[in-house]
Structures are given as structure tokens and as C-alpha cells.
Design a protein around this ligand. Structure first.
Ligand code: COA
Ligand code: AMP
Length: 623
């Protein structure tokens, strides 16, 4: 047990306002906050701040302009480039001037549909500088998903590139942007497109503008000043899967977010000015927002922006080579990525040969880390491997081993302990706390710590629903338990969310798409265990009368999910079945389906409508 962790957690619970006001002193405030928290304004009411100033300008002003801020390492293009803080300021300033020339200002939304290139980071920080609200959309989503986000966020401008590069595939982005804007009701004033050398996109004036042309045109414009924002003014909207087909726009504030991330770098990850930190995620996800872009820069560290995959770019040694090459001190990835590396290099020959340089610790998150993967990684790397848990809604880890507070307690299969700021309780269906050892819904006492969401964009009711199931608590949607030593174990979701290769997806949304396909009478989509991706979606489809012999149905279902949700959904298996297992009241027994595809033992409930269905399904799945 670490006394420092214990003391920090207790202080954060006994006096949250004092604890976080102290943490907020690490930031530059245009106006110091009047207090720590109030119900109406959230964290740091009265405070005025600009996140870009704290992540960029102030480091240059403090004489650290020559320190490296960003390393772009792109094995897919054979590029490594570095930006000092002074250069980052210049680049961010130019994009801010470009956006300002298009009329973008405080409160305007800007959708960023861009891959892992430095311009994406410049764009996010430029929005933060202006007080504009960015909404980054992950490249693996289909145009319809992009369109939904455009309609919800109603941006003035959409920033994009001519292509993304996924391993060996070059994916043109402009056709997807055009299609999304064809599908969306809302229309942007401008699309600003950065042409990459792999693809030249066609632009339609006056809507579409070439990024570099605009940069040149505004080259003489003064760099817009950082706009002082209220602490709870939005920094960004990040859409995540909810239980319906409509994505939830998680709104992140400026003040609480900056304070929480800064605290986490010092106390969880052990990273400060001059250290190199690498989160091998994507800027389209919350991990990318928090730990590729904002947190490392807020503390004046160097962040690595890696445009590649754990394997195949060019080999399973790419993680270790990148860590070694740049002197990474702490590394963060998803368990699925390690499983992919292990599959291609089971003996860890690359890891043994290359080593892990100056790296002292590896963090995993995004999905449950299976004990076997942790054991392999710890054994082969010789480093402590720390699983930690969080969600898009929270913005930073809520369960972890606070490594930088001297805590090294780990138990494989557990995500660690409540992070300071978070009081967890396991609740039973009756809303009452479950004694330690018993499983139930993982809930967090309200109000949530700084950095966590305080609303959903255009959907306050949707936000409030998270607190309605168990009054006074935030319902995480995960099930889990505390063990006798205080370790918190996350067992899975209580809703229809699944985690595919570290990507959060809704099976309910997939079911909506599948159900609309011609010839489908009924369907169920479940997450089946997968040795690499953790989970994979699998669809069971009952054809409409007359469509039983249609051998195009399964392929059409796969295609529909891919084209409506995106390739990232990775639905590849469809079972055409005459019937779904149901209770007598008509409820589909998804858990039974899950057990059948996982090859687990199952006992159909007494309420099953037709007791012959499970065996029929076993035969279909095995056949
Ligand atoms: N843009 C466009 N397409 C994308 C994409 C992106 N940013 N990311 C993924 N896709 C596509 C892939 O090309 C693939 O398409 P395909 O069906 O045409 O081959 C599909 O989406 C599924 O991709 P993915 O889930 O990445 O599977 P994979 O088999 O290509 O790779 C892993 C498997 C494990 C190597 C990879 O998923 C991985 O690196 N995961 C880690 C994820 C992560 O770090 N998440 C952050 C949480 S902290
Ligand atoms: P996302 O919002 O995409 O970050 O997904 C959040 C969800 O991913 C959580 O609610 C969990 O279900 C799952 N998750 C994230 N990290 C972990 C972890 N370390 N262990 C278990 N599940 C995790």
C-alpha cells in the first residue's frame, strides 16, 4: 500500500474542493477560480482559462520553446518529424488564423475528420485557442456516422485530409466527407482539406478550400490570442456509442479537464516537463484526446503521435522500436494491441532484441486486460504493466494503480483502485451497496471528479439518465466487484455495448441496421469472445418468409453494417437461423446466444419459449 496514494485519495474525498483547487494551481488561469465546485457551474466556478495557452504558449513563455513538444512517427509513410514547443505554437497559431479568417470563433463547432497527422493536433489546439469546440470523428466510421455527428454538432467548418493510411491501405477521405455532407441536413460553410502526397482530392469551390492555400492567404494575419473561457465552457464534443443508434456527444469542459489531466500525469503516469510519453491510440478516441494531445502538452512533456499499427507496420517490433528510438518513459496501449503483437511474435524476439529503452512502465486500458496478456508482457518486457479503467464520459482514469504515487500493487484481472476524486460503490439491483466480494453495477458517487462530463451535447436528458438508475450515483454501465484487498474488478457491461479491438460499439445499433436489411424478419447481435480483439460482433438473423433460400442475405447484412456504421464495426459473421431463443414473454436470450458462440456450458432458463432452439443453434454454429 502506498501512503501517498492513500492520503491523496482520502483528501480528495474529505475535501474535494480543496484538493482540486490545489491541483488547479499547476495551471495558468486568466482569472483564478472563486471556489472548487458548485452545482450550477461545475468545477472551478469563476475561473477563466484557455487550454491551448496552458498546453503550448506558457511553455514557450517560460523559456522552453526549444523543448520537443511533438514527435510524429509514421511507419506507414516512412516519416519521423519533430516540433518544438515554439514550432508547435507557430503551427497552431497559423491554423487558428486560418479558422478565424473563416469566421470561426468562441462557441462555434469545428468537425475534424482527420487521421494521425500533426495537422490534426494543430487543428485541435487551434480550436481550443479560439474557444471553438472541436469534434474529432474517428476515420473508421462510415459517412452516415459522420453525418449524424455533423447534424448534432452543427459545425461551421469541417477539417479533413485527402486520405488516411491504415497499415498498407490508403483510404481517400474526401468521398466520405462528400457523402456525409450529402446525407446530413446541416451543411458546413467550408471544408478545409489538407492534401497528403498519397492522394490528391478534388475540391469544389467555394465550399472546399485547400489547407495550404488558406494558410498562405492568411500567412500575414496576426496569430489570434488565446481566448479566456469560463472554466465550464466546452473544449470539445466527443461522440461515443450509447445504447441506441444515436451517438452520445460527451461535452468536455476546459478548467476541470486541464486540472484533472495535469494531476494524472504527475500522480498516475509519472510524467513531467521534458519526459517523453506515448499513448498508442488514435486521436479519434478519448485516449487520443487526453493522452496523445492534451495531457502530455499541458505538463510540457513530449508526446508521440504514431501513425501505424501494432503489427505489420512493418512488423511486431514497431512498438519497441518506437519506444527505444524516442526515449519513451511511459507507454500506454490497449490489451488488444499487445495480443496482436504476441500473436505475431509469441517468443517476443523483437522485444528481446530491441528492448524497451528508457521505458519504466506500461499502462493498458480500453477493455479488460486478460491476466495472460499482462503476464506475458510483464515477463517479456521486465516492466510493471498497469491495467487502468476509464470511459469517454470520464475523460481520464478512474480506476488505476497510482504508479507515480509509489503504488505498485497489482492483481492480474483487476483494474486497480479508485483514483483520487472517485468514490466507487458496487450496487445491487435494489440500489443498495453490495458487500465486498459481491458483484453488481459499478457506480460512482456524484458529483464526478473534474474532467468528467457534465452534459451531453443537445441531450441533457440523456446525461441525466446516467444518474437516474441509482439516485446520487453515476452508473458506469459496467459490472464488477471489490475483492477483499480492495482491488476493483471490472467484469463486463450491463448494457449492449461491446468492445471490439479496444473500440466501443453498440450491438443495439448494429441490430437496428441489420433489422432494416431486406429479407430480415428478426435479428440479434452479440459480442463473442475473440482471442485478439477481445470481442467480435456476431449476428443471428431470422429470414422473412420467402427469403429463407436467399443466399445473398448474410453478405448483405455484413455490407450494410460496414457501410452504415463503418469498417471498425468488424461484423463478419452472420448465422441465418429459423428462430431466435426467446422467453415466453418474447425477450431474446442474448446471453444464451453468447454462451453458445463462445462454446460455454449453458442452461436455458425455465421461461424459454421453445426448448429445442438452443440445440438447433449449437448445430448451426458448430456446423
Ligand atoms: N480509419 C479507417 N479505417 C479504419 C481505421 C481508421 N482510423 N481504424 C480501423 N479501420 C478499419 C480497418 O482498416 C479494418 O478494415 P477492414 O475490415 O477493411 O480490414 C477495420 O476498420 C477493423 O479494424 P481494426 O479493428 O483496427 O482491426 P485490424 O484487424 O485491422 O487490427 C488490431 C487489429 C488489434 C491490430 C487493431 O485493432 C489495434 O491496433 N487496436 C488497438 C486499438 C486502440 O488502441 N484503441 C484505443 C483504445 S485505448
Ligand atoms: P470508452 O468510452 O470507449 O473508453 O469505453 C469505456 C468502456 O470500456 C468501459 O465502460 C469498460 O466497459 C471498457 N473498459 C475500458 N477500460 C477498461 C479496463 N481497464 N478494464 C475493463 N474494461 C475497460
Amino acid at each position: 500500500m502506498s501512503k501517498a496514494y492513500e492520503a491523496a485519495w482520502q483528501a480528495s474525498i474529505d475535501d474535494p474542493q480543496g484538493f482540486w483547487l490545489e491541483a488547479a494551481k499547476a495551471l495558468d488561469w486568466a482569472q483564478a477560480p472563486a471556489s472548487g465546485w458548485n452545482e450550477a457551474e461545475g468545477w472551478f466556478p469563476g475561473g477563466q482559462i484557455n487550454t491551448c495557452h496552458n498546453a503550448v504558449d506558457r511553455h514557450v513563455a517560460a523559456g522552453r520553446g526549444d523543448a520537443t513538444a511533438l514527435i510524429y512517427d509514421s511507419p506507414v509513410t516512412g516519416t519521423i518529424s519533430r516540433y518544438t514547443y515554439a514550432q508547435l505554437l507557430e503551427e497552431v497559431g497559423r491554423v487558428a488564423a486560418m479558422l478565424a479568417s473563416l469566421g470561426v470563433g468562441k462557441g462555434d463547432r469545428v468537425v475534424i475528420y482527420m487521421p494521425m497527422v500533426p495537422q490534426t493536433v494543430f487543428a485541435m489546439l487551434a480550436c481550443a485557442r479560439l474557444g471553438a469546440i472541436h469534434s474529432v470523428v474517428f476515420g473508421g466510421f462510415a459517412p452516415l456516422e459522420l453525418a449524424k455527428r455533423i447534424d448534432d454538432a452543427t459545425p461551421r467548418v469541417l477539417l479533413t485530409t485527402s486520405c488516411g493510411i491504415e497499415g498498407s491501405k490508403v483510404l481517400p477521405y474526401k468521398p466520405m466527407v462528400d457523402e456525409a455532407l450529402r446525407l446530413s441536413a446541416h451543411q458546413v460553410e467550408h471544408v478545409v482539406l489538407y492534401q497528403r502526397e498519397q492522394v490528391t482530392a478534388e475540391l469544389q469551390a467555394p465550399r472546399d478550400i485547400d489547407w495550404m492555400d488558406l494558410r498562405e492567404k492568411t500567412a500575414q494575419d496576426a496569430v489570434p490570442a488565446c481566448v479566456a473561457l469560463a472554466s465550464d465552457d466546452p473544449l470539445y464534443i466527443l461522440y461515443t456509442s450509447g445504447t441506441t443508434g444515436t451517438p452520445k456527444g460527451v461535452v468536455r469542459d476546459n478548467g476541470g479537464h486541464a486540472a484533472a489531466l495535469t494531476w494524472s500525469m504527475a500522480n498516475i503516469y509519472g510524467i513531467g516537463a521534458g519526459d517523453v510519453f506515448w499513448a498508442a491510440s488514435d486521436v479519434g478516441w478519448v485516449v487520443g484526446h487526453s493522452y496523445i494531445v492534451y495531457a502530455p502538452l499541458l505538463v510540457g512533456a513530449t508526446t508521440v503521435l504514431f501513425e501505424g499499427k501494432p503489427v505489420g507496420t512493418p512488423d511486431p517490433g514497431t512498438f519497441w522500436r518506437t519506444i527505444d528510438r524516442h526515449g519513451v518513459k511511459a507507454f500506454f496501449t490497449a490489451p488488444t494491441a499487445i495480443r496482436a503483437v504476441r500473436k505475431d511474435d509469441p517468443e517476443a524476439k523483437f522485444l528481446t532484441e530491441i528492448g524497451t529503452g528508457k521505458c519504466g512502465v506500461i499502462f493498458l486500458a480500453g477493455e479488460r486486460a486478460d491476466p495472460d496478456t499482462i503476464a506475458w508482457l510483464e515477463e517479456k518486457s521486465g516492466l510493471p504493466v498497469i491495467d487502468h479503467w476509464w470511459q469517454t464520459e470520464l475523460g481520464w482514469p478512474a480506476i488505476a494503480t497510482c504508479f507515480a504515487l509509489g503504488d505498485l500493487r497489482r492483481k492480474r484481472g483487476s483494474a486497480g483502485f479508485p483514483v483520487p476524486g472517485y468514490a466507487f460503490t458496487i450496487l445491487g439491483d435494489d440500489g443498495q451497496p453490495v458487500p465486498d466480494g459481491g458483484s453488481g453495477s459499478v457506480a460512482i458517487k456524484a458529483p464526478l471528479a473534474p474532467g468528467a462530463f457534465r452534459t451531453l451535447w443537445n441531450n441533457k436528458a440523456g446525461y441525466e439518465k446516467n444518474f437516474a438508475g441509482f439516485p446520487g450515483y453515476y452508473e458506469t454501465g459496467d459490472a464488477g466487484f471489490f475483492d477483499e484487498e480492495g482491488f476493483l474488478h471490472i467484469m463486463g457491461r450491463t448494457d449492449d455495448i461491446i468492445n471490439v479491438a479496444g473500440h466501443r460499439l453498440s450491438t443495439g445499433q448494429m441490430e437496428q441496421i441489420v433489422a432494416q436489411e431486406d429479407g430480415v424478419a428478426e435479428c440479434a447481435v452479440i459480442g463473442a469472445d475473440d482471442p485478439i480483439k477481445g470481442m467480435n460482433p456476431i449476428a443471428f438473423v431470422v429470414p422473412r418468409a420467402g427469403a429463407e433460400a436467399d443466399d445473398t442475405l448474410a453478405a448483405r447484412v455484413v455490407k450494410a453494417v460496414r457501410s452504415e456504421l463503418g469498417p471498425v464495426a468488424a461484423l463478419k459473421t452472420v448465422y441465418i437461423v429459423p428462430q431466435l431463443p426467446k422467453t415466453r414473454s418474447g425477450k431474446i436470450l442474448r446471453n444464451l446466444l453468447r454462451k453458445i458462440v463462445n462454446g460455454e456450458d449453458f442452461a436455458p432458463p425455465a421461461t424459454i419459449e421453445d426448448a429445442s432452439v438452443p440445440q438447433m443453434l449449437v448445430d448451426v454454429v458448430r456446423g
